[in-house]
Design a protein. Structure first.
Length: 481
């Protein structure tokens, strides 16, 4: 029993496809083997954050001939692309997991050049269960698709009307849904189906509640064509490739960035775990690539303060949350021919969406996804409590006799002091222009990169990567000038 892909994993349902202008940035110049040229003396550049944006920028700047130091607060590199090796022989990506759209995506080329293997997954390979724990009938699947497509068209029409000046300002997705009058004409069963679609299509996608999402800018980003793919042995292969040859200092939490008149920049760090030991680094230019959540939390002090436009962008853009509950079993008890399965009827969307590693990797592992407020709430639960809730949900679908998991890995991105969330989202009151503003250099010496600065590809690995290349180009031009 399968439903249309746009109702379950909406990456490919976005309205636009990235053009060759972005793809042309490529990856070949980022890996060892080529060197650029800097007119004039090399400059000292500090990159704050060793995620993909920071590593991509550092590689490009170093190849231009600049002296680059990467400062990372964690004891390891990769940022939100972290591959766990806890299970021998089975690396698990606890952060980013997929290349979304493999055709023309620079991450595809980077993965192949770094020795990683692409493992396609099928967005159409879906099995949905109803409230009674039985697979949806063909009639119910057709109704779910009809409801989802109908509401998608309504939302697109509403957003386009606003872009043409026909609608006053912006509304949350929840406000638009309630104001449409569509909900008042649906049966109780239809409302359950639509709640599932809403959670999967928007809350799982952006990591935020429909009450927080901007209805006008939900489709502001763009996507590559082609299917999605996992990486073996995980995104750590990309991290290692991009880090090769760089000078990286881990355990260095940047607490302040100061612009000294006519004296360049200084970056102040505390030691591991916020120790009292501090270090000061001088630079001609500084690139900040920390997640939006870190900027929103004010973990870095800027002197002079950031311009009002940058502060507004940081305040209004949203930082979503998506967590994984990875369960390993000694034997599978679910269908082997589906990649995704889920259940209808969870009012808050809890334990609604599961991904199986059985078909793509031949491993008896299920990964449950929680998003938005549910993800935030469950972070306060112990691992034992989360596993108990997960297994109770799975038993509703697969019977009481299913085995207990032999291994568990659970993420808590909102509690992570180096992220404070999973990735950015289009919050009510924000706009794509704010992402462009956040990416704008300050005084030719302070620069920003990361997925939150990408108006076209926020919330993605390729968005972070391309933002690092863009920032490197801006830094190189500024320092040469």
């Amino acid at each position: 029993m399968r439903v249309a892909q746009e109702l379950i994993r909406p990456r490919l349902s976005r309205r636009h496809v990235l053009g060759l202008a972005l793809a042309g940035l490529g990856t070949s110049l980022l890996l060892p083997g080529s060197r650029g040229f800097v007119a004039g003396a090399p400059r000292r550049v500090i990159v704050v954050g060793a995620g993909l944006a920071g590593l991509a920028a550092a590689q490009r700047l170093q190849q231009q001939g600049h002296r680059v130091l990467v400062l990372e607060g964690r004891d390891w590199i990769g940022g939100r692309t972290v591959t766990s090796e806890r299970w021998p022989g089975l690396p698990i990506d606890l952060g980013a997991s997929w290349i979304h759209g493999v055709q023309g995506n620079p991450i595809t080329d980077l993965a192949r050049s770094s020795g990683a293997t692409l493992v396609p997954t099928d967005l159409d390979s879906v099995l949905l269960y109803g409230v009674d724990g039985r697979p949806l009938t063909a009639t119910e699947e057709a109704r779910l698709e009809q409801l989802g497509q109908g509401l998608s068209r309504y939302l697109e029409d509403w957003a386009e009307t606003g872009e043409q000046g026909g609608a006053p300002g912006d509304l949350s997705l929840e406000q638009v849904l309630k104001g449409s009058g569509l909900l008042n004409r649906l049966s109780a069963q239809d409302l359950l189906l639509l709640a599932h679609w809403r959670n999967s299509r928007f809350e799982q996608e952006h990591g935020a509640a429909v009450s927080s999402l901007s209805a006008r800018w939900l489709e502001a980003d763009q996507a590559y064509g082609g299917g999605d793919a996992l990486l073996r042995p995980g995104f750590s292969a990309l991290v290692r490739a991009l880090a090769r040859g760089l000078t990286i200092a881990t355990g260095q939490q940047v607490t302040a960035i100061n612009a000294e008149p006519d004296r360049g920049m200084t970056v102040i760090c505390s030691g591991a775990s916020g120790s009292a030991d501090t270090r000061t680094h001088a630079a001609d230019g500084v690139l900040v690539t920390v997640p939006l959540g870190v900027l929103k939390a004010g973990r870095i002090t800027f002197s002079p303060p950031l311009p009002a436009e940058h502060q507004t962008a940081i305040q209004r853009l949203g930082m979503g949350n998506v967590n994984k509950c990875c369960l390993r079993f000694d034997r599978p008890f679910w269908p082997a021919d589906v990649d995704w399965f889920g259940r209808i009827g969870a009012a808050d969307g809890a334990w609604q969406e599961w991904f199986s590693l059985l078909r793509p990797l031949r491993q008896p592992v299920l990964i449950g996804f929680q998003a938005g407020p549910v993800a935030d709430a469950l972070e306060g639960w112990s691992d034992r409590q989360q596993v108990a809730a997960a297994m109770a949900s799975l038993r509703q679908l697969h019977g009481a006799a299913i085995p207990e998991p032999t291994g568990v890995q659970i993420t808590r991105w909102r509690q992570d002091p180096f992220a404070f969330g999973a990735y950015s989202y289009p919050a009510l009151g924000s706009s794509p222009a704010m992402r462009d503003q956040l990416a704008r250099p300050i005084g030719g010496r302070l620069f920003f990169a990361g997925e939150a600065t990408s108006a076209d590809a926020f919330g993605t690995v390729h968005g972070a990567y391309l933002s690092g290349l863009r920032a490197a180009a801006a830094i190189g031009a500024a320092l040469q000038g």
